[in-house]
Design a protein. Structure first.
Ligand SMILES: *[C@@H]1O[C@H](CO)[C@@H](O)[C@H](O)[C@H]1NC(C)=O
Ligand SMILES: *[C@@H]1O[C@H](CO)[C@@H](O)[C@H](O)[C@H]1NC(C)=O
Ligand SMILES: *[C@@H]1O[C@H](CO)[C@@H](O)[C@H](O)[C@H]1NC(C)=O
Ligand SMILES: *[C@@H]1O[C@H](CO)[C@@H](O)[C@H](O)[C@H]1NC(C)=O
Length: 314
């Protein structure tokens, strides 16, 4: 009797393990209900609505899926008025997706302030090309992107890259390359690296001074004022072993250099402008040490500062 009892107790488990496959409607509207492949445990309906090609397409598709990958809704924007939205619903009874009904989420496609550099679609394996695209919808925790005047002249403010929280005005005056340059640059920056004024000496009569002002309201840098420094370049008795500038990745080695005014550090600055890079050694003010996200115009070319390192001048 004992073996039979064991068999009776086990039988529901045996039956469960060879469950018949789930049946779902599969294909387009009105298609047949048929067996799902093993491992798929949900009946799904997917509604896609697309205006990506100028014309509006609405598609409903029935399929088998997995209950854990049953996404509710997502949206994509590839350009002005060019969107795709998809929403899906699941259920787990045979044929249940035949009558599954849900509303496609209403959306106003309101621009949310974020920008992606490329928005495009191509039915080829080549990369597609498209201009910047303004993202829409789904208010994120921080929807406000600061807008600042950017470039060499006052113009309409445009969106800053996320993470930059200050509008900046930078004036660079340089005699480092023999000729005198005086440049004004508007940009986005970080408020914690907003230096007021700094200066560098790389040799006799070879100086650079930069002064900047920041503010944090949209477009505020159009009206920023700063004090143009007129301080004389008086030697202060300190020296740095190297004073040079090179527009290459190689080291430059001229020097030593006599520091002037408030310069108490021997400074190394590395920066780039597209493929161009530069390295600079000289005397610098201590407020330059560790500065990041700063633009510096040298010889009329705007560079991004990569690193600034300092050691005390002797
Ligand atoms: C999905 O199905 C598995 C197995 O049937 C079940 O254990 C799990 O709880 C289900 N998950 C959801 C989110 O329904
Ligand atoms: C700046 O914005 C105004 C108003 O939106 C527009 O009329 C003007 O053409 C814009 N100027 C530039 C330089 O883009
Ligand atoms: C150099 O920068 C320092 C620190 O900001 C400033 O006090 C000084 O006046 C500047 N010197 C010159 C010559 O511009
Ligand atoms: C900028 O300077 C001008 C002229 O010196 C002055 O009239 C204006 O009020 C200043 N603006 C700010 C924001 O300080």
């Amino acid at each position: 009797m004992v073996p039979l009892l064991v068999l009776c107790l086990l039988s529901p488990l045996l039956v469960a393990s060879v469950d018949p496959p789930l049946k779902c409607q599969q294909g387009t509207e009105g298609s047949e209900v048929s067996d799902c492949a093993s491992g798929l445990n949900a009946c799904v309906v997917i509604k896609d609505e697309s205006t990506m090609f100028g014309v509006k397409f609405t598609t409903t598709f029935y399929t088998c899926g997995k209950n854990d990958s049953c996404a509710n809704a997502f949206t994509i924007t590839i350009g002005d008025g060019k969107h795709l939205r998809s929403s899906s619903a699941c259920c787990t009874e045979d044929g249940c997706n035949k009558n599954l009904d849900w509303g496609i989420l209403p959306t106003t496609w309101t621009q949310n302030g974020y920008i992606c550099p490329t928005g495009c679609y191509a039915q080829t394996e080549e990369k597609c090309k498209g201009g910047p695209v303004s993202c829409t919808d789904v208010a994120s925790a921080d929807t406000s992107v600061l807008k600042c005047v950017q470039g060499a002249e006052v113009s309409n403010a445009s969106d800053c890259v996320s993470g930059l929280d200050a509008c900046v005005l930078i004036r660079d005056q340089s005699t480092m390359l023999g000729t005198e340059f005086d440049t004004t640059t508007y940009s986005c920056g970080k408020s914690d690296s907003c230096v007021n004024a700094y200066n560098i000496t790389i040799g006799k009569e070879k100086h650079l001074r930069s002064s900047s002002a920041c503010c944090t309201e949209d477009g505020c840098n159009a009206k920023l004022n700063w004090t143009s420094l007129q301080a004389p370049w008086t030697e202060n008795g300190l020296t740095c072993p190297k004073g040079c500038y090179a527009q290459t990745e190689k080291e430059c080695t001229d020097g030593p250099v006599l520091c002037t005014d408030g310069q108490r550090n021997c400074i190394t600055v590395e920066g780039s402008s597209g493929a161009k890079t530069f390295v600079l050694h000289g005397c610098g003010t201590s407020n330059m040490c560790g500065v990041e996200n700063y633009a510096l115009t040298i010889g009329g070319i705007p560079y991004n500062i990569k690193t600034i390192t300092c050691v005390p001048a002797a």
